[in-house]
Design a protein around this ligand. Sequence first.
Ligand code: SF4
Ligand code: SF4
Ligand SMILES: [Zn+2]
Length: 281
Amino acid sequence: MPKTPEAGILPLPPGDNEPCFCGSGRKLRTCHKTASPDSRAAHITRLYREVERTIDEFRADHPKQPPCREGCSSCCSDYFPISQVEFELLLVYMERHWSKDEVAEAFERAEENLLLLKQENAQLYASLTHTIDRKGELDAVRQHAGRNSFPCPLLDQATGRCRVYPVRPFICRTHGSSHTFYGSWRERLQPERVCEYIDGGRSHRKITPNVADFWPHYEALSDVRVGPQRRPLRQYPIFYWLVLYGRHGNGRTTELGSRDNFDMPLAEHNAQMASHGTTSK
Ligand code: SF4
Ligand code: SF4
Ligand SMILES: [Zn+2]
């Protein structure tokens, strides 16, 4: 059995020919040379590939497909919270594939998006910009999140295409193209509506693969605990990550303040985050 670095992580061992997470098409070990094949970013990239393979294989065997197609991007206006490592993967991709002006424009759009959210959804805005615990964060998303009046700042609005498609976050990969069904009566009776084209009921479950088994792996990678109180690192929608990095990081650039999500083995990084604030004087 392959070695699993941390409990709950999908046992996907790094291969010699593993492509780099930046989307260069080159091998990880020759492209981003300081990156660890055991890092959080490398693991989540493997998980992305595995989910994609599952969806592709299912599609190949099922002639009837969900209505998701290139150019359909209504759900890119949904409030999709993502983890920090997923966001940093977007920045690394943008660094390689976008111009500086395009990057700066995405940061600018994100600031405009936040302003719109403040005007249109005060409760959700407050939950983003104030310190709240995990329960408060989840409650705010459950009660107030839905479709924003604006799309993701990484969407090409003219064509409806995702401009970071190869590294799009887990939720963008699975939304509509798969389902998570644990078989409970509640799910049977109240299927979760996916979008205006998909009711999330039985017919959708028949034409998409069940990716419920991937969720624990995703959560194990994205749930980062900080300090002795094990405070969870929050998840934010892409526009708000851009706002945070633009204001408090290295400005409106793709530069990362720390490359720990890429260069540090996962177990080591988890231990480092857990020891925050515990250094003795
Ligand atoms: S989930 Fe719905 S809105 Fe999103 S791509 Fe699929 S059909 Fe379109
Ligand atoms: S990252 Fe891509 S797929 Fe995800 S919401 Fe943004 S534009 Fe849509
Ligand atoms: Zn690379």
